[in-house]
Design a protein around this ligand. Structure first.
Ligand SMILES: Nc1ncnc2c1ncn2[C@@H]1O[C@H](COP(=O)(O)OP(=O)(O)OP(=O)(O)O)[C@@H](O)[C@H]1O
Length: 599
């Protein structure tokens, strides 16, 4: 075990790997080198585990993900084991260096994580050596390498295995908490380290005093080292001390600890290593010298130590005064800063109040604006409703107009049919008049023929008179026929006009239908936009109104309302013409009924 104040060279002495320079190697490497050199590759195994104990938690340095490893003690043998911890079998010395390097790197990484160069954990290298001892007849080649003990075991019987364990412990540095001024996590670490070191000291004291109870359960460190106290175990301690006068108190307590351990009966060599020595070999030689010296206590000059301690007290008092003064200055500065902060706080509060006032006003204004906008929206909604009513009314009137148009068209068609019937009647009557005319012509020619035969002048005169009458009536009939023909032509023209008007009206009706659909679409769009937002609603309403206002004039035109006088006049003239024709037809009828001799 290496024990000593922090930064006095424990890690330097114990754990350094010194891969490239053998003189840089610590005790761990040197011990393993020695063990491997004396082990048979065929029959012996050398295994290692490398752990660190930080804040009462055991971490595997060869598999750092394994943390908080439990300690198990065999109640019978008292052997300590760590289930789950990595146990690596060493192949050769190079492999051993690799393993120790890995352990060192993981310990360094752990220290960096807790942001310190100093080791705040206890590092423990466990070396398990198993030496196979072949039976008497086996492998005589190894006879020369056997020592007395082996020989003795062999003489006792068959093959055996010699088991041994070496623990190399780099303890965390002890420190005086009041002096180091550690706080927070550092304080917690220091407490944990000091606690474990104190319980280590207690255990050693107990062993030294041959006490029946060893308080090994007080800390994990002592539980881990449980099987190293007493029994067949041997313990060596390396004590590291600082050469600085400032650390005399710690140095003294470290040496006292070493002295206690020195009283332990199983203790083997007692070693001092001083960090002021540059080479470890020098330190060892000094240690060996120290082993043979008398009690350490007698080595000390307490008067000079006392003087030096007094000097240290003076220095510390001056330092305390200096720090107090600096604290006073800092306090003044802080008070000034607090005042400044208070002023700026008051200013900020004032600004906040002004800002809050402004925000209140702004809020009121916005609320009023929202109210106006809501009113406007309601107004727009009303307008929208009235627009919808207007659209519905227009739709209704359009439907009515449509039905009226259909009625009018039907009426005109009926009239046309009637006029056609009348025309056909007139044509039939005209044909009968023509037939009568032909008959009368024949009659006239017969009369002329009979006139030649009539000698009587009177008869001739009568006949002449009758002839003249007949000719006259004949001419009248021709005239009437011509007038009927012209009326017939007029009627045909009238019919064509009516057809044209009907076509026009149908076209206008379809145009109106389109107009109506367009208005409906516009209304639907407007409804949708009104629902989405009230923006631009006024413009759309006026646009729609304009479009809608044009609709009735087109209807009026299409439906022959007051603007369209022409078709109505045509209709009355048609009626007149038709009644004329009917009268003429009646006259013809009357004529037909007259006796033939009168004609
Ligand atoms: N014998 C020595 N020769 C030269 N340098 C040394 C010697 N011993 C220690 N040092 C140096 O002193 C410093 C502190 O040593 P080290 O880290 O080994 O101390 P420590 O006791 O392990 O400290 P801690 O307990 O805080 O981890 C290191 O820089 C180391 O190189």
């Amino acid at each position: 075990m290496a024990y000593g104040q922090t930064s006095t060279g424990k890690t330097y002495t114990v754990s350094r790997v010194g891969k490239d320079d053998p003189s840089e190697r610590g005790i761990m490497v040197r011990a393993l080198e020695d063990i491997l050199a004396n082990a048979s590759r065929t029959f012996d195994t050398v295994e290692v585990s490398y752990l660190q104990l930080y804040l009462e938690s055991i971490q595997d340095l060869l598999a750092p993900e394994k943390n908080n490893i439990p300690i198990v003690e065999d109640p019978k043998t008292g052997e300590v084991s760590l289930p789950g911890v990595a146990v690596v079998k060493l192949q050769d010395f190079d492999h051993c260096l690799q393993i120790l390097q890995i352990g060192e790197a993981n310990r360094h990484a752990a220290n960096t994580n807790i942001n310190t160069e100093s080791s705040r954990s206890h590092a423990i290298l466990m070396v398990y050596v198993r030496k196979s001892l072949p039976g008497k007849t086996e492998n005589e080649a190894f006879a020369s390498t056997r020592d007395k003990k082996t020989e003795m075991l062999l003489n006792n019987g068959g093959p055996k295995v010699l088991k041994s364990k070496l623990l190399l412990v780099d303890l965390a540095g002890s420190e005086r908490i009041d002096k180091s001024g550690s706080e927070g996590r550092l304080l917690e670490e220091a407490r944990s380290i000091n606690l474990s070191l104190t319980s280590l000291g207690k255990c050693i004291n107990a062993v030294a005093e041959n006490s029946p109870h060893i308080p090994a359960r007080d800390s994990k460190l002592t539980r881990l080292l449980r099987d190293s106290f007493g029994g067949s175990a041997r313990t060596s301690l390396i004590v590291t001390i600082s050469q600085s006068a400032r650390n005399y108190a710690e140095t003294a307590s470290t040496i006292l600890f070493g002295q206690r351990v020195g009283a332990y009966r199983n203790f083997v060599p007692f070693t001092f290593v001083c960090a002021s020595f540059n080479r470890i070999e020098h330190a060892f030689s000094l240690a060996m010298t120290m082993v043979n010296t008398v009690k350490l206590k007698e080595e000390f000059n307490y008067e000079s130590l006392c003087r030096k301690l007094e000097q240290q007290v003076d220095y510390l008092t001056a330092e305390t005064e200096r720090q107090n003064k600096q604290r006073e200055d800092d306090k003044e500065k802080m008070e000034r800063k607090i005042n400044e902060c208070q002023n700026s706080f008051i200013e900020a509060e004032r600004n906040l109040a002004a800002r809050s006032e402004f925000l209140k006003k702004e809020n009121n204004r916005l609320e009023a604006e929202i109210k106006d906008l809501l009113n406007e929206l309601n107004l727009q909604k009303d307008r929208n409703t009235s627009m919808s009513d207007e659209v519905a009314r227009l739709e209704m009137s359009l439907n009515q107009n449509k039905s009226m148009l259909a009625d009018t068209t039907q009426m005109y068609e009926k009239k046309i049919t009637e006029l056609m019937v009348q025309l056909e009647d007139e044509q039939a009557r005209f044909r009968s008049v023509q037939e009568q005319l032909v008959k009368k012509k024949i009659l006239l020619s017969n009369c002329q023929a009979s006139y030649i035969q009539i000698q009587d002048q009177k008869e001739i005169d009568d006949l002449k008179m009758k002839l003249e009458e007949i000719s006259e009536s004949h001419e009248n009939a021709i005239k009437k026929f011509q007038s009927i023909e012209s009326e017939n032509e007029d009627l045909l023209l009238e019919k064509e006009k009516l057809n044209e008007e009907l076509c026009m009206m149908q076209q206008k009706a379809s145009a109106e239908e389109k107009q109506r659909r367009y208005v409906e679409d516009e209304c639907a769009k407007l409804k949708r936009r009104v629902l989405d937002s009230g923006d631009g609603f006024e413009d759309k309403i006026s646009y729609t109104k304009k479009n809608v206002s044009e609709v009735p004039s087109a209807f009026e035109y299409a439906m022959c309302l007051p603007k369209a006088h022409q078709p109505r006049e045509t209709l009355s003239s048609q009626k007149n013409t038709i009644s004329k024709i009917l009268e003429e037809g009646k006259i013809k009828f009357d004529h037909r009924d007259q006796p033939n001799d009168l004609i």
